[in-house]
Design a protein around this ligand. Structure first.
Ligand SMILES: *[C@@H]1O[C@H](CO)[C@@H](O)[C@H](O)[C@H]1NC(C)=O
Ligand SMILES: *[C@@H]1O[C@H](CO)[C@@H](O)[C@H](O)[C@H]1NC(C)=O
Ligand SMILES: *[C@@H]1O[C@H](CO)[C@@H](O)[C@H](O)[C@H]1NC(C)=O
Ligand SMILES: *[C@@H]1O[C@H](CO)[C@@H](O)[C@H](O)[C@H]1NC(C)=O
Ligand SMILES: *[C@@H]1O[C@H](CO)[C@@H](O)[C@H](O)[C@H]1NC(C)=O
Ligand SMILES: *[C@@H]1O[C@H](CO)[C@@H](O)[C@H](O)[C@H]1NC(C)=O
Ligand SMILES: *[C@@H]1O[C@H](CO)[C@@H](O)[C@H](O)[C@H]1NC(C)=O
Ligand SMILES: *[C@@H]1O[C@H](CO)[C@@H](O)[C@H](O)[C@H]1NC(C)=O
Length: 571
């Protein structure tokens, strides 16, 4: 997500790390421990962002070693607009890799819809990410990671034979997996050469210590911590409440990843549960397409066509790409639409129901021979290794699995859980940590069942393709007395995917006075993915609902890895 946070560069620039080209020539971060600076946010056009402040806090680089120096955490604050002001809510947009400064300064009002206007919204770029320093700069030449990845499996995805009994499928996947392993190894060795030990300071354990440290700077000693985390932000939330169980104020995790699996299992073993609702969401896509008909969903031949028939045509097209990739001469970056890329496109699209009309249009165009929209969308929103720096510093070290082991687990998951297994390995780049070159100063691995001084609110959708309800139920089971689970009956990633006034009311009540939904509470959503079906969005709905269709939705800020920006900006 390179563009949105550029607006804040002016406010936070000043002591950027410099690399003189040789290994380990990392300048120390400037500033004095405990400094807290917040002043105006200057947009790229030179204008001040209204109502928002940008700045930074200087925190310990290594909480176990005071002599290691300091880190600079970029901050963005959107003040409470109602009084009396109740305090500060830290927010995180997910990823890992999602910068939070822009989330607070641009989406502050949308967050206040969820938590109440009497709270300040405090976003921060977690260490290693965005404007915070040390920055993750493993690939130093411009475009060099792009060049490194282009058309490799990490870019184009795995091509999977539609015929699972095809004896050529397994050897093909194993060869592809060997490439992937070597690519992980190469990129992490590049990082070892450019960043050396500096890369070990990223990671969620240090990030939650930063939250605690900054909260004390903002609100004083022993003040409680309030937090709203989406997607990977729910991992951060679980670390936060378990590392600081006595400091929990109001904490919401929305779109839940199981932090225990995140910390303790290699990704290929996590995906079984990760993908629990993915194919169900895919089915809903075709049901909604059928309901709305060809005017909004050109994949349908007629309104109320059998959704299975629509799905069969799409699957035949995607599977056909395995043997015959589509030439795409007119993409921004001309190339080929492969089976792996098509699956990545669909998987990314499932998470954002508001993009479904565009997803349908892009697919229909490709089925008619023009794959440019699909290829442009999956072409990377390039980042450095920020995400690996978090996931590999978080993951418990494990014995390197062989390519065969990963492939056999993948084929099994493909058969029993989801056709998107091999897509998630690429779209959620947390793999290859067996080659990670450093060990972080601290790595929290549990327990995840601490007794909290205030309960946490967990929100899960019934059909979230990335963070299924089973995860929310599992995390609730770790914290039976210290949490409540609110279920939103809807599709998409996090409760912000489709607006539910009911969910918003529960969230606001929790932040207002700690009221939790009764066990078993299920909220309905107030809108549908395809606009023709959402006429019921009434003019008296709250502002979040009124903003539907515009650019400014909270879900627009959720950070979803390599192709999230393109997903949101589809034609
Ligand atoms: C936000 O509130 C703080 C006091 O908590 C104040 O110093 C600051 O000027 C306010 N910022 C804006 C943009 O209103
Ligand atoms: C890439 O690097 C070259 C040489 O260092 C420089 O002239 C050019 O402006 C850079 N391009 C971008 C897009 O940063
Ligand atoms: C799948 O592959 C097997 C083994 O090659 C073959 O016998 C079978 O006909 C194939 N099925 C389809 C639907 O192509
Ligand atoms: C917070 O605690 C620190 C060290 O325990 C102390 O030096 C500082 O004065 C305290 N600050 C406030 C505002 O109480
Ligand atoms: C999802 O998880 C539930 C509970 O573990 C299980 O019963 C169900 O079969 C899973 N569904 C898929 C598609 O894996
Ligand atoms: C990382 O670099 C250090 C210092 O050059 C070296 O000793 C170490 O073996 C490297 N680690 C890996 C995994 O390449
Ligand atoms: C918390 O979980 C650990 C395993 O991670 C278990 O040994 C312990 O008994 C659990 N504690 C409680 C209070 O349930
Ligand atoms: C908590 O706050 C909500 C929202 O303001 C309100 O509807 C509810 O009555 C309050 N509950 C209690 C117990 O104060």
């Amino acid at each position: 997500m390179p563009t949105p946070w550029k607006q804040n560069v002016a406010a936070v620039a000043g002591s950027a790390l410099a690399f003189a080209g040789s290994a380990l020539s990392v300048d120390p971060v400037g500033g004095k421990l405990g400094d807290l600076v917040l002043s105006k946010c200057t947009a790229a056009d030179g204008n001040t962002v209204p109502g928002a402040e940008c700045g930074y806090a200087i925190v310990p680089l290594d909480y176990t070693n005071p002599s290691a120096g300091v880190a600079k955490i970029a901050l963005g604050r959107y003040n409470a607009t109602a009084s009396p002001r109740k305090g500060v809510v830290f927010v995180n947009p997910g990823g890992p890799g999602g910068p939070g400064v822009d989330l607070a300064t641009s989406a502050g009002p949308y967050f206040q819809e969820l938590v109440g206007e009497d709270w300040d919204i405090l976003g921060f770029d977690p260490r290693g990410i965005g404007l915070s320093e040390p920055q993750t700069k493993c690939f130093l030449g411009n475009g060099s990671r792009e060049g490194f990845l282009a058309n490799t499996v990490l870019d184009r995805g795995y091509d999977v034979s539609p015929n699972l009994t095809d004896p050529g499928n397994r050897p093909h996947l194993i060869q592809t997996q060997r490439d992937a392993n070597a690519l992980y190894q190469a990129q992490f060795e590049v990082c070892n050469q450019t960043m050396g030990e500096t890369i070990k300071y990223a990671g969620t354990t240090s990030v939650v210590r930063d939250i605690d440290y900054i909260n004390t700077l903002l609100s004083g000693n022993n003040s409680l911590i309030n937090f709203y985390g989406l997607s990977y932000g729910t991992v951060m939330g679980q670390y936060l409440v378990n590392v600081f169980p006595d400091r929990v104020g109001r904490v919401v995790i929305d779109g839940v990843v199981d932090a225990d699996a995140w910390a303790n299992k290699p990704p290929y073993k996590q995906l079984h549960s990760w993908l629990n609702s993915t194919d169900a969401a895919y089915t809903i896509f075709f049901q909604e397409c059928s309901k709305t008909g060809p005017s909004q969903c050109p994949l349908a031949k007629e309104q109320n066509e059998d959704p299975n028939a629509i799905m069969s045509r799409v699957e035949a097209f995607v599977n056909g790409l395995y043997t015959k990739p589509l030439a795409v001469p007119n993409a921004q970056l001309p190339g080929i639409l492969t089976n792996g890329r098509a699956r990545l496109f669909i998987l990314g699209g499932l998470e954002f129901p508001h993009g479904w009309p565009s997803i349908a249009k892009g697919l229909a165009a490709a089925m008619a021979g023009d794959g440019s929209a699909m290829l442009d969308t999956v072409n990377k929103d390039l980042v450095d290794l920020e995400r690996s720096a978090v996931s590999c510093n978080d993951q418990r070290p494990f014995a390197p699995p062989s390519a065969e082991t990963i492939v056999d687990a993948g084929i099994e998951t493909l058969k029993s859980v989801s056709r998107f297994f091999w897509s998630v390995i690429i779209s959620e780049p947390d793999s290859g940590c067996q080659y990670w070159p450093v060990t972080p100063p601290e790595r929290y691995l549990g327990p995840w069942n601490k007794t909290l001084n205030n309960p946490m609110l967990i929100i899960s959708n019934t059909h979230d393709p990335a963070t299924p309800l089973v995860n929310g139920q599992l995390v609730h089971s770790y914290l039976p007395k210290s949490s409540a689970l609110l279920v939103q009956n809807g599709v998409g990633h996090t409760s912000t995917a489709l607006t539910s006034k009911c969910t918003i009311q529960y969230s606001r009540a929790y932040f207002a006075n700690g009221t939790l939904p009764a066990a078993g509470t299920v909220c309905q959503v107030d809108e549908s993915p395809f606009p023709a079906a959402s006429k019921s969005t009434s003019s008296n709905a709250k502002t979040l609902v009124a903003s539907v269709g515009g650019r400014s939705r909270l879900s627009d800020y959720i950070y979803r890895g390599i192709n999230s920006k393109a997903m949101r900006n589809l034609p």
